[in-house]
Write a protein that binds this ligand. Sequence first.
Ligand SMILES: [Zn+2]
Length: 162
Amino acid sequence: MHCPFCRHGDSRVIDSRTSDDGLSIRRRRQCPECGGRFSTIETASLNVIKRSGAVEPFSRDKVISGVRKACQGRPVTDADLAILAQRVEEAVRQTGLSQIDANEIGLAILGPLRELDEVAYLRFASIYQAFESLEDFEASIAELRADHARARVDDAAATASD
Ligand SMILES: [Zn+2]
């Protein structure tokens, strides 16, 4: 990689460390020609195939903007959304694929969003899964209710065993 200061065609790695989330490596480099120091960040390439067939690099910002509308008026902060986008990226990278369908990204969003805010989840799912009728909403809500009931039973069991 070229030195950004003098355009020399080579550089020496003087330090590398993995980011906290384990998704990238940051390398400190030094130019042997002018001594200038700079950093590079290395991540595995991850592309998204859109419904139109176009391919673009995965972007956490796009995940956030896709979810933000569903979170309108809900107690969801920008920090919550940043964490959600990070979880989505981790889930998608774990597949080990370098190209992934936009559809899969939507699927990867559903789980973390449901944990974050159930109303936002229902809104997002209704658009993403193209709910067509009240029955679709009812089925989703019934699923959430069943999970709540299971959680209560688990709580009760935990209390009983205390
Ligand atoms: Zn240089």
